[in-house]
Design a binder for this molecule. Structure first.
Ligand code: ADP
Length: 627
């Protein structure tokens, strides 16, 4: 997703969370308040009924007082008879009061003075007290029955007063006094203070008559003019200061429930609004008394519950979203896995195809290589055959060169044999068998000698496959020299042999080594042909590589620069046509390399040529095969 879209989506999501939280909060709060309202209404029903019955149970008593003849007589009596009448009336009122269990019943004359009272026997009785200032008197003396809360001046006891005008039938129902009953409100107080939640009883002037908490008693709901409060306090509350605290509560519409703020603490030094908390105020007018009762329900639990519901719904939405995201992610992953699997399969197939193609290529290449190897093997065989032929040709060439010498060597014994054979025949004819036998013995010796001459030639000329064995280097040198015996003698060649003891045995083919040596000796003799001094030396030693190094040094003409560069090339020769093929050194080196040796050439210190024949040493596991 592009970045701006993602940011927008995130903002949208946050707004959705916020709206949902707000909605949940509002709904939960609404139902919480509704629930609270119902509970408060129920509480008000119970409280209202209890207070009403408690306060108004004495409401009918003033009528009984009004009808009492003692009371009427008292009020009718001239002043000199009043004392006597008063006693009667007092007794009646006392009896009635004792019967009802009320706090006080008394009668006022039209001037507002108490003329009879149920408490007449007590020293602090109300008799003679002027209660004309009391609002109930003023209403009743004008003919209106009155009822209200008030605190009396004498005992400073709060109570609920019912007042009824007393009319004289004989004076055309003129008002002659006022009958008053005071209901105690202790039971109401007790009940009220037991309230857990804040609750008030407010009179029609907006003065709090009873309150929980108790310190709110005599507070006003709102600010009121001081003089009015002072007057009210004087008339109704026995001079009690009113409105020291203003609760600042507006109860308009509180009959249906209204949200107000109540002070958390109420002390003189703390303003009521400070630390105010929201409450649901429910008010109810009492039908009996002119009071309003108000109960307050703390809205904090509703707020906490609403916040919890909001958090829960946000969490639920979060979970839902997470669930959706999780499912989507799982699907995406599954899709990704599926794609990866398909890709892998494709790659696998491609790889298999490639491998097949490569294998086919490789098989072709292998087949090609096999063909090539076979061709090379064939070529090698051909080469070896050609080489063998060349070796043979070279040998024959050497033999050809040696023919003169050999013929010379053989002609002498042959002549002797012919003569001896002829003599032997003659001696046998003469029956001289002893001499004939001697002659034949000499013939035998001579043929043996000739056999010695021809033997190496036979070996040399034989076409034999190369087989490595332990070869005595000195013997090989001797065998090769033997083939040149007559030439060496004829050309007065000085021979030197220095074969070291630790370098006398090599691991090679005797016949081939002999062939190499014949070749080198032949070349050396050729090179020394025109030299006044002819010296040919053989020396062997162990090279640093462990091989046997046999040096063949002559005192011949040595090599020209050109010769040094091309010595081992086939068909390089400085000899006259018919004298050399230029193959000797090439073949010699190949032969030596074939069985792990080598051939090197260089100038000899005193002029002449120096060839070094490197031969492999005897392998350690063939020491016992020493000749
Ligand atoms: P060929 O003997 O048939 O010429 P080689 O391969 O044996 O063939 O020798 C090649 C050439 O190397 C010779 O023609 C000669 O010039 C040179 N050569 C070989 N041995 C010697 C030597 N001992 N002294 C001087 N030159 C030599």
């Amino acid at each position: 997703m592009p970045r701006p879209h993602r940011v927008l989506g995130l903002v949208g999501l946050m707004v959705a969370f916020l709206l949902l939280g707000l909605l949940s909060y509002r709904v939960s709060e609404h139902y919480g308040i509704e629930d609270m309202r119902e509970k408060a209404s129920h509480q008000l029903d119970i409280l209202g009924a209890a207070i009403d019955s408690e306060v108004t149970r004495h409401a009918s008593i003033p009528s009984a007082v009004e009808l009492n003849p003692d009371v009427v007589s008292l009020l009718r009596a001239p002043s000199e008879e009043q004392d006597i009448r008063q006693v009667e009336a007092n007794r009646f009122l006392q009896k009635l009061n004792d019967h009802l269990g009320g706090p006080a019943i008394f009668v006022l004359d039209t001037s507002g003075t108490v003329v009879a009272s149920s408490d007449w026997i007590f020293s602090d009785n109300l008799l003679g007290s002027d209660l004309s200032y009391m609002p109930f008197f003023r209403d009743a003396v004008r003919g209106t029955p009155a009822r209200h809360y008030a605190v009396d001046h004498v005992r400073h006891e709060p109570g609920y007063y019912f007042a009824l005008p007393i009319r004289d039938e004989a004076r055309e129902w003129a008002i002659i006094g006022v009958a008053v009953v005071k209901s105690g409100i202790r039971e109401v107080e007790r009940r009220w203070l037991a309230q857990e939640a804040p609750a008030l009883i407010v009179d029609r002037n907006g003065v709090v008559l009873l309150a929980s908490p108790p310190e709110w008693r005599y507070a006003t709901l709102g600010p009121q003019p001081l003089d009015a409060l002072e007057r009210l306090g004087r008339q109704q509350f026995a001079g009690q200061p009113l409105g020291a605290i203003s609760l600042d509560i507006n109860l308009d519409g509180a009959d249906e429930g209204r949200i107000v703020r109540l002070p958390k603490h109420l002390r003189d030094d703390v303003a009521p609004s400070q630390g105010a908390r929201p409450y649901l105020a429910m008010a109810r007018h009492l039908s009996g008394a002119a009071w309003r009762i108000v109960v307050f329900s703390d809205l904090r639990p509703v707020g906490i519950q609403a916040a919890t519901h909001a958090a829960l719904s946000i969490a639920a939405l979060g979970c839902l979203l997470l669930g959706v995201l999780y499912t989507r992610q799982r699907r995406r992953l599954a899709r990704g896995r599926e794609e990866a699997r398909a890709m892998l399969e494709r790659a696998n197939q491609e790889l298999e195809l490639k491998v097949e193609a490569r294998t086919a290529d490789l098989s072709d290449a292998v087949a090609g290589l096999q063909r090539e190897v076979q061709e090379r093997q064939r070529a090698e065989q051909t080469l070896r055959a050609a080489q063998a032929e060349l070796v043979q040709a070279a040998k024959l060439a050497v033999l050809g060169q040696m023919v003169t010498g050999i013929t010379h060597e053989l002609s002498q014994p042959l002549g002797a044999i012919r003569t001896l054979a002829a003599n032997a025949a003659e001696f046998m004819r003469r029956a001289d068998l002893v001499t004939a036998e001697k002659n034949l013995a000499i013939v035998e010796q001579l043929t043996e000698q000739m056999g010695h001459i021809i033997g190496p030639l036979k070996t040399f000329a034989r076409k034999s496959p190369a087989v490595s064995t332990a070869v005595d280097v000195a013997q090989a040198v001797d065998s090769a020299l033997f083939l040149f015996e007559s030439r060496l003698k004829k050309e007065s060649v000085v021979l030197e042999r220095r074969i070291a003891a630790d370098a006398c045995i090599a691991w090679c083919d005797r016949n081939r080594l002999q062939q190499v040596l014949v070749n080198l000796i032949g070349n050396a003799l050729d090179a020394m042909h025109d030299e006044p001094v002819r010296r040919l030396s053989f020396s062997s030693e162990r090279a640093s590589s462990g091989k046997v190094a046999l040096a063949v040094v002559d005192s011949g003409c040595g090599f020209s620069e050109e010769a040094v560069a091309h010595l081992f090339e086939p068909f390089f020769t400085t000899k006259q046509p018919g004298e050399g093929l230029g193959l000797g050194l090439t073949i010699s080196r190949d032969i030596l390399r074939d069985f792990g040796g080598d051939l090197m050439a260089g100038p000899a210190p005193g002029g002449g040529a120096r060839f070094v024949v490197l031969l492999p040493p005897l392998p350690s596991d063939h020491r016992e095969t020493l000749p």
